[in-house]
Design a binder for this molecule. Sequence first.
Ligand code: SF4
Ligand code: SF4
Length: 144
Amino acid sequence: MPFWKTVSLTAMSRAQWESLCDGCGRCCLQKFQNGKTGKVAYTWVSCYLLDTQTCRCTDYANRSILVPDCLQLTAELIPRLRWLPRTCAYRRISEGRDLAEWHPLVSGDADSVHRAGISVRDKAISEVYVHPEDVEYYAVGYRL
Ligand code: SF4
Ligand code: SF4
């Protein structure tokens, strides 16, 4: 049995936890939160540290210092983070769902998440290239 079916999120080793990330980059997109409803809308504008081709953070070790808003996911936090994409491996496991067939741990191929159209590759634009006042024009338009 694969480890994500037998080990709880709280009991996973660091290596298991990190390998669970499918590398989609979706959580690294900028979001807006409606002050009244609390609903979160995604945009295609990504954090400046995201490599929009590999969909990986370019300075993962120092991300908390460089991007104070970057949230460190924990098993306890995940159920409360309703903005996490429904495809997110951590959310799936937390909700008792299995990993999808395109997840690299299932497919054995790191590119399967890109081929399946789940990642932000060829969709995201770095915040480096977008004026802060224009970010809202890049709203995703549907729920991730
Ligand atoms: S949304 Fe989840 S699986 Fe995708 S990059 Fe973020 S943490 Fe990893
Ligand atoms: S600092 Fe890295 S992990 Fe955090 S949002 Fe930016 S690209 Fe993503």
